[in-house]
Design a protein around this ligand. Structure first.
Ligand code: FAD
Length: 460
């Protein structure tokens, strides 16, 4: 049975879901071999291209992922886009099981007029730009305006606000790209509004990220005390994290700053504010129609209470002048291959405990399984569960019996198609180059942005 042979398993995507799935499979099966396919040249998904540059501690998971990649039963194959360079049916032919963990790479559109105007970006693209995602390296956002509006109130929205407002001398010590530092140095953005359709009790960011904003040097928070009326009494029954978050918001909105802080805040040349109960209705163009000049917000009120409350428009609107709009209203997975079931409404692969509905031997983990929310820790738990399901099926004899060729079959296919994969040791060469380029500037690394240059460095 497959149990006694070497189960050949492949994982699609090398973000936290891919690596944690591989880690669990290798740990709990003594012979399983795991190949990880990744469409970027480099590994680690959103840990490299999402997590904010000023949160280096979050990226420590890369050490664990690197250990997994070093296992002699694991191989990394970068520069291979599944669905384009190789299909899912081809992978299913070559492996006993295939795990899809390719994340959620699209952004949710605002679906309002003016969304296409220059000066409107998805937070996804903006984050990709400062984090060195090759496809976003030409983004060149114009930061010559004084007000930016971020639509959405999750942690990604706060990441983006923080990057726009953090003093440059702090960012210069991080792995943010030099190209984006050059643009940020010219930035004239002084005010950042972070807009949410619902109220303070529904804000999706967490307390650590909020506290960082409140303590951001050279900036002051702007909160409207009217948004918080009556909240004190309503939060007593809320779960503890929500209660603590709301208490911090309340304190910030109502407290007079202590003296030194007040002095600091009076000096603060930059500000950020949370604007609640506002839903984007239209991006307003400049008189010449060439770029964004503002945003029209519909004023809302809540129907229902708690996390499930709905924002409904009151009929009033408010125009907020701004030169930059960043929409941070969520991510979305793409269908990968016509053979794989996909729920376009939820933007996930329909599955039961990680088993893809109606396709034996096919599994999923991470954001493509659960939808695009949750931190790396949530993604870890979820990926371990998928691996467990897979190993149970293997044990129960539900996976194909008989040997499977694994990578050797795929390697031949890729080579016939002119695709040249990047191995983990190739990545380690690029990694060393990045670290050495960062050294002069006191940065942990200077990311390589151009895939052609990366290939050249590898002698391709
Ligand atoms: P991803 O990390 O997106 O990995 C998917 C991988 O699949 C990518 O490498 C992608 O290139 C690859 N791929 C896609 N399509 C294909 C294909 N066709 N073929 C081959 N490979 C493919 N969590 C925290 O805990 N702390 C934070 O500070 C934090 N900051 C975040 C900041 C941002 C901007 C975002 C968006 C998320 C952040 N998160 C943070 C959440 C965390 O990043 C996610 O929980 C986690 O990355 C999800 O893992 P994943 O593997 O499902 O997706």
């Amino acid at each position: 049975s497959t149990q006694e042979q070497t189960p050949q398993i492949c994982v699609v995507g090398s973000g936290p879901a891919g690596f944690y799935t591989a880690q669990h499979l290798l740990k709990h099966h003594s012979r399983a071999h795991v190949d990880i396919y990744e469409k970027q040249l480099v590994p680690f998904g959103l840990v490299r291209f999402g997590v904010a540059p000023d949160h280096p501690e979050v990226k420590n998971v890369i050490n664990t992922f690197t250990q997994t990649a070093h296992s002699d039963r694991c191989a990394f194959h970068g520069n291979v886009a599944v669905g384009r360079d190789v299909t899912v049916p081809e992978l299913r032919e070559a492996y006993h099981a295939v795990v899809l963990s390719y994340g959620a790479e699209d952004h949710r559109a605002l679906e309002i007029p003016g969304e296409e105007l220059p000066g409107v970006f998805s937070a996804r693209a903006f984050v990709g730009w400062y984090n060195g995602l090759p496809e976003n390296r030409e983004l060149a956002p114009d930061l010559s305006c004084d007000t930016a509006v971020i639509l959405g109130q999750g942690n990604v929205a706060l990441d983006v606000a923080r990057i726009l407002l953090t003093p440059l001398e702090h960012l210069e010590k991080t792995d943010i790209t030099e190209a984006s530092l050059r643009v940020l140095r010219q930035s004239r953005v002084k005010m950042v509004w972070i807009v949410g359709r619902r109220g303070p009790l529904q804000a999706a960011f967490t307390i650590k990220e909020l506290r960082e904003m409140i303590q951001l040097p050279g900036t002051r928070p702007i909160l409207d005390p009217a948004d918080f009326l009556g909240l004190q009494d309503r939060i007593q029954e809320a779960p503890r994290p929500r209660r603590r978050l709301t208490e911090l918001l309340l304190r910030t909105a109502s407290e007079k700053p202590v003296r030194e802080e007040a002095a600091g805040q009076a000096l603060a040349s930059r500000a950020w504010g949370l604007r609640f109960f506002r839903s984007p209705q239209q991006v307003l163009p400049s008189p010449d129609g060439r770029r964004v000049a503002g945003i029209r917000l519909a004023v809302t009120r809540l129907e229902g209470t708690g996390e499930a409350a709905c924002a409904v428009p009151t009929g009033d609107t408010e125009d907020l002048p701004c030169g930059l709009v960043l929409s941070s209203v969520g991510y979305k997975s793409r269908p990968i291959d016509p053979s794989v079931p996909f729920d376009p409404k939820l933007g996930v692969i329909p599955n039961v405990e990680g088993r893809v509905a109606d396709v034996p031997g096919l599994y999923c983990s991470g954001w493509v399984k659960r939808g695009p929310s949750g931190v790396i820790g949530t993604t870890m738990t979820d990926s371990f569960l998928t691996s467990q399901t897979l190993l149970q099926d293997l044990k129960a004899g539900l996976l194909p019996s008989g040997p499977r060729p694994g990578y050797s079959a795929i390697e031949a296919l890729l080579s016939s198609r002119g695709v040249r994969p990047i191995s983990f040791s190739d990545w380690e060469k690029l990694d060393a180059e990045e670290v050495s380029r960062g050294q002069g500037a006191g940065k942990p690394r200077e990311k390589l942005l151009d895939p052609r240059e990366m290939l050249r460095l590898l002698g391709r």
